[in-house]
Design a protein around this ligand. Structure first.
Ligand code: NAD
Length: 499
């Protein structure tokens, strides 16, 4: 049985805690590896290494640091299939979707090739008599990232690429459910020329997370995961004086206006609702058709599409639409919520609860479920299900439809399908949600923009990757300088102004 330890100082090391967690293949239920769960002392060992390595790395000029990213991108392309296969085997998503997971991270590495530009400061010549003023962005030192199971390649790269390109060293605490790909990424960074100790992977659970949050050397923590843990990490990390950004759960609504192309909207809903078995923080889980006629026509188009979805293991080939969910516990939770939807009066028009797959009886498969006539007070509407369940909530008017995502506690992503520019513009302007799609179901911003939700989907003020990522993992120093020839006055006792 493979035992996955940690990656510290440029190499794999065994865990010393004696505590491990099982890593499963979600399609078969088999245990494929054991992952070590670090103690606080092991985390501290990684921090000591990272602190030492950071000094040399920060002193390396930004162009040379960027070249590591350039090489890293080419190595990701070289190893794409190996990475994607490993990712699918521990996550369950299809092979093409696993490649997408790697590629959306790779795109952030590509963006970070431009780090020298992002790190450029500002300069004002002659800000006062003989005075020049300039500001520079400097790395924070040792920083950390704590990431979820659902994007084991992309989200670690969102964090460590930016932090490292900016001159920090990094401690990654990936999800204990699928630790292999993060370890492989760390090895590729070393092969790309990153000095040992700049990127370390410490596997673990709450104990290592708490050790990160309390460590006095770690300056910043970027977290992605469920809202309850996001809030906990934010509260504890900021209380210990760190810079913290935490991104949490979601309930993403898509409004379908009567003038929308309903075939396009139905295709978009099925892809965005059921892709990756609904285990995406940007999955559309609520469809809000406006007007009864729109709703009837939409349901008519959705039902055959949802019924035709192919569920299977990633090994079954590219025509599988989605795979199993991550754990048997996740499966039970999803089925429990679907049952609650039926009990609370929603109409389950496609019922995937009894789905089984011959030869994969121990896999965590859930068939696609489609609800119609759900209402705001139901658990299937209030909670993030994080499974292959799409819920239709009918609204009579645009204002009623708009009020649903506006009043929901989550504010990660949303979309509107319409041909009317006025409505789309009004929606984008008024909605209190961080990422908005107009005839685009999953509006995940590209690497050079920033990613982040509002309300209880995001804690902290800066987004991930893009310019905000560099702001988060750097701090500004502003220098006011005057050379002796510019010094004309004697001592000054009142505050200098530009009057
Ligand atoms: P999770 O909250 O269970 O785990 C996230 C991380 O926190 C993991 O590294 C885990 O080891 C750690 N953790 C878990 N329990 C902890 C505890 N009690 N104390 C300290 N640390 C703990 O989330 P998950 O199930 O891995 O991921 C799914 C969730 O992530 C969903 O809610 C999804 O919406 C969210 N997500 C959000 C975004 C976003 O950008 N907003 C992106 C992806 C996923």
């Amino acid at each position: 049985m493979e035992e996955i330890g940690h990656f510290i100082n440029g190499t794999r090391v065994a865990g010393k805690s004696g505590r491990t967690a099982d890593v499963f293949n979600p399609a078969t239920g088999e245990v494929t590896a054991k992952v070590a769960l670090a103690t606080a002392a092991e985390l501290q060992e990684a921090v000591v290494v990272a602190e030492k390595a950071q000094l040399g790395w920060a002193a390396t000029n930004p162009q040379r640091r960027a070249r590591v990213m350039m090489k890293f991108v080419s190595l990701l392309h070289r190893d794409m299939d190996t990475l994607a296969s490993k990712l699918s085997s521990e996550h369950g998503k299809t092979h093409p979707d696993a490649k997408g997971d790697v590629i959306r991270g790779l795109e952030v590495a590509e963006f970070c090739i431009g780090a020298p530009h992002m790190m450029k400061g500002e300069f004002t010549e002659g800000a006062g008599p003989g005075i020049d003023m300039y500001s520079m962005r400097q790395p924070l030192g040792v920083v950390a990232g704590i990431t979820p199971f659902n994007f084991p390649a992309m989200i670690p790269m969102w964090k460590f690429c930016v932090a490292i390109a900016a001159g920090n060293s990094f401690i990654l605490k990936p999800s204990e459910r699928n630790p292999s790909v993060p370890m492989m990424l760390a090895e590729l960074m070393i092969e790309a020329g990153l000095p040992a100790g700049v990127l370390n992977v410490v596997n673990g659970d709450k104990e290592s997370v708490d050790a990160i949050l309390d460590d006095p050397i770690i300056q910043a923590v970027g977290f992605v995961g469920s809202t309850a843990i996001a809030e906990y990490v934010y509260t504890r990390g900021t209380a210990s004086g760190k810079r913290v950004q935490c991104f949490g759960g979601a309930k993403n609504h898509m409004l379908i206006m009567p003038d929308a192309d309903l075939d396009q909207a139905a295709d978009a809903l099925v892809g965005a609702g059921f892709g990756a078995a609904g285990e995406r923080c940007m999955a559309i889980s609520v469809a809000v058709p406006v007007g009864q006629e729109t709703a009837d026509r939409l349901i008519e188009k959705l039902v055959p599409r949802v019924e035709a979805l192919k569920v299977g293991p990633y090994t079954a080939g590219d025509d599988v639409d989605f795979g199993p969910v991550i754990t048997p516990q996740a499966r039970e939770r999803i089925l429990g919520l679907v049952n609650s939807g039926v009990e609370q009066g929603a109409k389950l028009v496609v019922d995937g609860r009894d789905f089984t797959l011959q030869g994969y009886e121990n896999g965590n498969f859930v068939g696609p479920c489609l609800f119609d006539n759900a209402t705001k007070d139901m658990d299937i509407y209030k909670e993030e299900i994080f499974g292959p369940v799409l819920t239709v909530v009918r609204a009579e008017t645009y204002e009623e439809a708009l009020s649903l995502p506006m009043e929901h506690e989550y504010g990660n992503g949303t979309a509107i399908y319409t041909r009317d520019g006025d409505t789309a513009r009004d929606f984008a302007s008024r909605i209190n949600i961080g990422m908005v799609g107009i005839n685009v179901p999953i509006p995940v911003p590209l690497a050079y923009h920033t990613f982040g939700g509002w309300k209880r989907s995001g804690f902290g003020d800066l987004n991930q990757h893009g310019p905000d990522g560099f702001k988060f993992y750097t701090r500004t120093k502003t220098v006011t300088s005057r050379w002796p020839s510019g010094v004309k006055e004697g001592a000054e006792f009142s505050i200098p102004t530009m009057e």
